[in-house]
Design a protein around this ligand. Structure first.
Ligand code: 4AD
Ligand code: MG
Length: 461
């Protein structure tokens, strides 16, 4: 089989020659002696017209086919200069691989993204979702390429964990215990020593703590894998299962961290612009009109930088515009993040040095004793896309902070221990991969960039 993408790309080579293409029928119509099939094979969102005729022994079978059926077509590629498509296949043979029932849910009209979410097994057969998931695939490859070219080691961190990296208590529990007959301690609490791992365990919210330990051996590492959060927030930017890229660099501070983040985002944008130009044009035409201009601007200019304290000053002056009024010490909400990046800077912005109270326990305390060496990267249309920090590398300070927050030392044994043996300055960040794909495509709901989204009340297939 050849692909429709290949036929479009190297059409001169194939014109007037025999080709074989396999795909799914987008539309079909016939007259008495011949018929037309519009075929898509997923290699490209362009379709290919197939002309078949009654000299074929299975002419009747073909003519009865419904939209969605899978066929393999053999025939000659001929130029059609007057038609919308530059060429078509004059078929010699159409083999039916799988017929389609008449209630095939994708019809020729435009379906809403909401409707398509209800058929996530079939939406990859639409143009938009073919473009989204091809770009998602390319972006994942670009991220690996970026880090591998720079000598980073890809570390597979565990998905089942006994610690809570972000300390937000938003974890999905992992257990093999019988829920109806939970073993109990004398004080009535659940006795996890009888569970599979002999302790309470969950799905990880972040690979960072494990990643840090490998950075203290390899210097530069990254993780790229699924993470899970039981955040009960039904928004367009939160999923219960999402992928995160988490680089960690030793002998490095927050400045190095931001340089790495900026270089990585620019690399990924450039990569998809170069390697998926048709898809990117498609998004620019049908999903988000300003997309290409915006992305070109991003790769050609420096990200803005502002401290949390400066950002709060800017936002406070505009408090009349917000549902949630800001003041120093509060966490930034999406409306504030978007205001900063969309109205003030009009490009990606790094916000640094947040109050320690609103950030995780592992971040390095700044000299002022009030803020930590944290960084969030905010982008137009989304808000936070990256969260990172320089890590606390001082054993005593880290221990004190953990005790302050009531974290159990025994759950973080390796992590603390690491600070005793050649601990270096180090920093890292987490890029939410889905938010990155939203940014690259202009898609506005996280459910539409995940093949099978897991969100509150939704876990289909
Ligand atoms: O800011 P977060 O919580 O940072 C961490 O997890 C750190 N351990 C990362 C690190 O320093 N290694 O999450 C990082 C990013 C966010 O900026 C966001 O893009 C994404 O992960 N993210 C989510 N994406 C989709 N759905 C959710 N529920 C998300 N929560 C976080
Ligand atoms: Mg964050």
């Amino acid at each position: 089989l050849t692909t429709i993408r290949e036929l479009f790309k190297n059409r001169e080579e194939y014109l007037d020659k025999q080709v074989t293409v396999g795909g799914w029928i987008r539309s079909i119509r016939d007259s008495k002696t011949f018929g037309f099939i519009v075929l898509n094979d997923g290699s490209y969102f362009e379709t290919l017209q197939v002309v078949y005729h009654d000299k074929m022994e299975n002419f009747a079978e073909i003519s009865k086919l419904n939209v969605g059926a899978a066929v393999v077509v053999k025939g000659t590629l001929v130029a059609t200069p007057q038609a919308k498509q530059p060429f078509e296949i004059q078929a010699d043979e159409v083999v039916v691989e799988g017929a389609s029932a008449p209630d095939y849910p994708l019809q020729k009209k435009r379906h809403s993204f909401e409707y398509l979410r209800t058929i996530s097994h079939l939406r990859p057969r639409t143009n938009t979702f073919q473009a989204v998931f091809r770009v998602r695939s390319l972006a994942a490859y670009a991220i690996h390429k970026f880090f591998q070219e720079r000598g980073f080691v890809y570390v597979h961190t565990p998905l089942i964990t006994g610690s809570d990296c972000e300390g937000a208590g938003e974890m999905f529990r992992v257990t093999t215990m019988d829920m109806e007959n939970l073993p109990k301690n004398e004080d009535g609490t659940v006795d996890y020593t009888q569970d599979f791992f002999g302790k309470e365990t969950s799905l990880t919210v972040s690979g960072q703590l494990n990643g840090e330990t490998y950075a203290q051996a390899f210097r530069s590492i990254y993780t790229f894998g699924p993470t899970f959060r039981a955040e009960n927030s039904n928004t367009t930017r939160h999923a219960a299962e999402f992928w995160m890229i988490e680089p960690e660099i030793a002998f490095a501070d927050l400045e190095d961290d931001m340089e790495l983040a900026e270089a990585m985002l620019k690399y990924v944008i450039n990569y998809v612009l170069e390697n998926a130009p048709e898809e990117m044009n498609f998004f620019n035409s049908f999903v988000d009109k300003g997309l290409l201009d915006r992305l070109h601007n991003v790769v050609n200019s420096d990200f803005a930088r502002v401290t949390y304290t400066e950002a709060i000053e800017i936002l406070e002056k505009n408090n009349d515009k917000f549902d949630y009024k800001v003041s120093w010490g509060c966490d930034l909400q999406t409306e504030h993040e978007r205001y900063l990046t969309e109205e003030i800077y009009k490009k990606p912005v790094f916000v640094t040095d947040y109050p320690k109270e609103i950030k995780a326990f592992y971040m390095k305390l700044n000299g002022d004793g009030k803020t930590v060496a944290a960084v969030d990267c905010l982008v137009p249309g989304i808000g936070e896309i990256i969260g990172g920090s320089q890590r606390e590398d001082d054993y005593e300070k880290l221990l004190a902070r953990m005790q302050e927050l009531g974290l159990k030392e025994e759950d973080y044994g390796f992590y603390l221990d690491l600070r005793k043996y050649g601990s270096t300055r180090h920093a890292g960040f987490g890029l939410g991969f889905e938010r990155c794909v939203m940014y690259l495509t202009g898609m506005s709901n996280i459910r539409d960039v995940i093949p099978f989204p897991r969100t509150v009340n939704n876990c289909e297939l």
